[in-house]
Ligand binder design. Structure first.
Ligand SMILES: Cc1ncc(C[n+]2csc(CCOP(=O)(O)OP(=O)(O)O)c2C)c(N)n1
Ligand code: SF4
Ligand SMILES: [Mg+2]
Length: 300
């Protein structure tokens, strides 16, 4: 079945009334993952915009059509390890055990439990929606925030000009845990994204599967909501966010960029980058180019 049929024919697992902002990349990631996963799934969503937007529930009612738990910001992967082990022992390996966690809960606070679960090759699909910051608590910088971004903890002023450090590139780090499956995805490339969710779910029956998904945030990044998908597309086209996957056959590049757009082009119209100097842009470009060359070399 092609990806349009998959999405058209599958049930939306998110109840109406969710209060994410208009054009939220994270919400699209959540809905897409759960449409593909279907009802036979249990999900853990740590504190963050997706939990806060009503997905975990209001008062005593559930915000999804499947069981949803809210672990702590720092223990999603260990929490799901317990669930996964229990379902294996109960003879129910068919149940999809899924995490949907922000970059803060994944790359920073929850990194220790994530790394440990990946190393043990626990059976689950861990999806990180990366909006490059702690958005639910007011847009603080995280380790995946791109250098030069204006955030509430890295303001633009006379002392600093946005975030001073380069971005931590988490997906490659996770792939180095010899997991069952690891991939990057973007909501701008839906066919690729849906195929990777399917592969990730299949791999999660054998071990740890990880998806790192680019999730633009109009409110925190300061751009018009309708531009979310074009920004996600430009992130791929500029090599800021290359699409690749790792399975038991090795690493594969899914989108070869013959003529990448420049970082100068990418940052246009995104408010959080509005004060970048030429030097800042050159410094980001340098890291993006180096990273892409590395990925090209390790992919077949
Ligand atoms: C240990 C701990 N520190 C701080 C918080 C407060 N907190 C709740 S959500 C959140 C932001 C999480 O950021 P991220 O995981 O990137 O998700 P996003 O909000 O961007 O969707 C923070 C800091 C918390 N819940 N637990
Ligand atoms: S602040 Fe950003 S990530 Fe959070 S709900 Fe709004 S658009 Fe989504
Ligand atoms: Mg975040």
């Amino acid at each position: 079945m092609n990806y349009i049929d998959v999405l058209r024919e599958s049930e939306d697992m998110v109840t109406p009334g969710m209060s994410a902002c208009q054009g939220c990349g994270g919400e699209l990631v959540l809905r897409t993952v759960l449409k593909v996963a279907g009802k036979n799934s249990i999900i853990g969503i740590p504190p963050g915009c997706m939990a806060g937007a009503g997905v975990v529930g209001w008062n005593y009612s559930n915000g999804l059509h499947i069981p949803v738990h809210i672990p702590l910001l720092d223990n999603t992967a260990s929490f799901l390890t317990g669930l996964s082990q229990m379902y294996q022992r109960k003879g129910r390996p068919d149940v999809n055990i899924i995490a949907l966690a922000g970059d803060g809960a994944t790359a920073d606070c929850g990194f220790q439990s994530l790394s440990a679960a990946a190393e043990r090759n626990e059976k689950m699909l861990y999806v990180c929606y990366d909006n490059e910051g702690y958005m639910n608590t007011g847009y603080q910088r995280s380790s995946t925030t791109t250098k030069g971004s204006r955030t509430s903890t890295t303001p633009i002023g006379s002392v600093i000009n946005g975030k001073q450090q380069q971005q931590k590139y988490l997906p490659l780090i996770i792939s180095m845990h010899s997991v069952e499956y690891c991939a990057t995805a973007s909501p701008s490339h839906m066919a690729d994204f849906v195929a990777k969710i399917q592969k990730g779910l299949e791999a999660s029956k054998k071990g740890f599967a990880y998806l790192h998904v680019f999730s633009p945030c109009p409110t925190g990044w300061a751009y018009a909501p309708e531009k979310a998908i074009s920004i996600a597309r430009r992130a791929v086209q500029s090599n800021l966010f290359p699409l690749w996957e790792m399975d038991n056959q090795g690493y594969h590049l899914n989108f070869e960029n013959k003529t990448p757009i420049s970082m100068e082009e990418f940052v246009k119209g995104i408010g959080k980058f509005k004060s970048l100097t030429e030097d800042d842009i050159a410094s980001i470009q340098n890291v993006v180019d180096q990273r892409y060359r590395l990925i090209q070399r390790i992919c077949d």
